[in-house]
Write a protein that binds this ligand. Structure first.
Ligand SMILES: Nc1ncnc2c1ncn2[C@@H]1O[C@H](COP(=O)(O)OP(=O)(O)OP(=O)(O)O)[C@@H](O)[C@H]1O
Length: 255
């Protein structure tokens, strides 16, 4: 009996890290229904850097929150790896977010009484996880925080604080990092540094990053931009430039 072998000419691509199918989210606002998500199918692959864009109110935050298990969709499913996260209980979701997902927010969310190093290590300590010191050193060096590790957040610039938040999100090598307007509070120089680091984490550490942003320049650091309008995915661009993203966004806002 012949055993089927893999055809080397057609390598099987690994399954996506995150898969959403048929996602809807409806809010009842005093009789009127708002369809924040109206049926979204999307997937994100390992090592890919994806930006989610769209006009104000198009559903970007709602989508990210549903993907990350911070909000529950009205219908549809989200898988992280082999785990269907829609339907998990709150306690299970809390653990899943802690152990398998990294978060970066616009407002850094550092604890003011802890040093940069303590902030980076805190989630691992709470989870009683052994810290991979080599990875810690690598990340600290790449984000350029080596000589700031013992500083409190108040003694760091906004860009340095966000780099601490990025290092914290990446330390545990989460299956996916969700970044919500990560450069929204930064000047363009600091923003560029954070975006370059996010991009290099996808290339050099096979990190998967999904970022919501309003900024076409920030989106141009991604490998792919998906566009939402009225709760639906309506367009997508690979290898984006800021000009192309601006033009697509303008078209969506005019439509
Ligand atoms: N808790 C809520 N109750 C009622 N409506 C909501 C709620 N949260 C969001 N919405 C509505 O859902 C739609 C999508 O909102 P969402 O915040 O996801 O959009 P967004 O694209 O992230 O917007 P922005 O770019 O302005 O941050 C909007 O019409 C919004 O008003």
């Amino acid at each position: 009996m012949s055993v089927p072998t893999a055809d080397p000419a057609s390598p099987v691509s690994p399954p996506p890290v995150v898969v959403a199918r048929g996602l809807t989210k409806t809010y009842d606002t005093g009789g009127a229904q708002v369809h924040a998500l109206a049926g979204v199918d999307v997937e994100f692959h390992r090592g890919a850097f994806t930006a989610i864009m769209g006009p104000s109110g198009s559903g970007k935050s709602t989508l990210m929150h549903c993907l990350a298990g911070l909000d529950v969709p009205t219908s549809g499913t989200v898988h992280l790896g082999r785990t269907q996260i829609t339907g998990l209980r709150d306690a299970e979701l809390t653990l899943l977010r802690r152990d398998r997902i990294g978060f970066i927010f616009q407002s850094f969310n550092l604890l003011p009484m802890l040093t940069a190093e303590q902030n980076i290590l805190l989630p691992s300590q709470i989870a009683r996880r052994k810290v991979d010191r080599d990875r810690f050193d690598r990340i600290v060096d790449v984000v350029g925080l080596r000589d700031r590790l013992h500083h409190l957040p108040a003694k760091l610039s906004g860009g340095q604080q966000q780099r601490v938040a990025v290092a914290r999100a990446l330390l545990n090598a989460p299956e996916v990092v969700y970044a919500d307007e990560p450069t929204g509070n930064l000047d363009s120089h600091s923003g560029t540094e954070v975006l370059e680091f996010l991009r290099s984490s996808t290339k050099e550490m096979q990190q998967t990053v999904v970022m919501v942003t309003h900024d076409p320049v920030a989106a141009s650091y991604a490998d792919r931009v998906v566009f939402l309008r009225d709760g639906r995915l309506v367009d997508e661009v690979a290898d984006p430039t800021a000009e192309l993203v601006s033009a697509r966004l303008l078209k969506l806002e005019e439509a």
